[in-house]
Design a protein around this ligand. Sequence first.
Ligand code: HEC
Ligand code: HEC
Length: 376
Amino acid sequence: MRWIVGLISLLPAAGLQAAPATQVAWTKETLALVEGGDPQRGKELAKTCASCHGETGVGLSPAFPNLAGQLATYLYRQLRDYKDGSRQNPIMQGLAAGLSDQDMADLAAFYSRQAPAEPAGKAGDFQAVLALIEHGDSKRILPPCRVCHGENGQGERIDTPRLAGQPQAYLEQTLRAYRDGSRHNDVYGRMREIAKQLSDEEIQRLAAYYANLAPTSRVSLAPRLPTTETTALALLDFQGQPRRLSEWRGKKIVLNFWSSGCQECLIELPQLGEIQKRYGDTGIQVVGVGLDDPQKLANVVRSLDLPYPILLSPPEQSAFLLRQWGDPSAAVPFTVLIEPDGRIAFRHIGRLEAEDLAELIAHPPASGLDNALAAY
Ligand code: HEC
Ligand code: HEC
């Protein structure tokens, strides 16, 4: 197969270098292992953990995170990360060293099924951080916490943990650890990149917010500004309508990031149109994400008569969006194939020809399967 990595356009500096992160890859086998974890056996194993994490995973002191109600996949990955040293903590590394993959899956199955801790529910002055949580801060390229951690801090999809009800001291300490890089097992350095931009005061208030957050005590917020949303979770289309990638869940999604100033992109776009026309009936959906000026993007789309939807990224957030999808260099064109179950089958930087793309869709390279699930 020909891999054409021609003149790639670079978006403004992304500033993130790949740093050592988790070694766990979400292959089918690993997902099946975690999904098939035995909670009964996990309960037995959890007796060793109860002196700190409590019988059901509600921590006995503010230094011990709650495990109850946490996503099983997240728990499993943290244990693997402690075991191989991707996440460092003397106590937990020592304990994880003695656990097999099966033990970890069983423990994760047990804790994820327990009722989460009641958030402390104390009122506080959260106005200052609500803007960050709800809207992010485009000047700092900070995406809103809620797009990943969920409206109520309940955690989302595979590797984004529940925050609601975690002890404030733990949340503060772990955000500081991301900020100074001592915690570095987050995929693509997303949390490190975010925490680096937070002040001490913001960290303290964010931690207080999530520690106290109960769905019912949630402050009601001003109407959303959809244009400040930063991830492909919700982007606007040319008609100004919010569109979500989840609209196409169940299909094979070919997600293509491009900009109007990128020559290679302009050559590639008609090839993607070809794919949509040829394979649209077979459950394949091409979705474009335009990264620069909407007017310029619209001109291109009109002149090429593209037969698939284009979503618009706020230009100042494009570098972050690319990084979030696994293109830390922010080079385009950049294409991600998402399987019907949300797993990412491959990512590719650079132009692809229709034939090569068709072949990649039919037979994704084994090595292309990496850590992530798509952020729908
Ligand atoms: C002696 C106290 C202690 C014991 C016993 C203990 N832990 Fe922990 N655990 C901690 C501390 C402290 C942390 C936070 C460490 C850090 O900051 O990385 C932690 C973190 C974790 C995390 C990461 C949570 C998150 O939100 O990221 C998991 C998962 C975990 N422990 C599972 C277990 C399991 C399973 C056992 C039993 C096999 C266990 N722990 C036993 C003290 C303990
Ligand atoms: C782009 C998605 C994304 C955004 C936005 C995001 N997070 Fe995270 N966050 C994650 C992921 C993924 C993890 C798990 C990383 C790991 O494995 O270390 C995480 C982990 C965390 C943890 C560690 C939880 C634990 O149990 O140890 C905290 C605390 C946290 N995030 C707080 C925040 C706050 C506060 C914000 C907003 C300022 C935020 N996050 C924004 C994706 C995100």
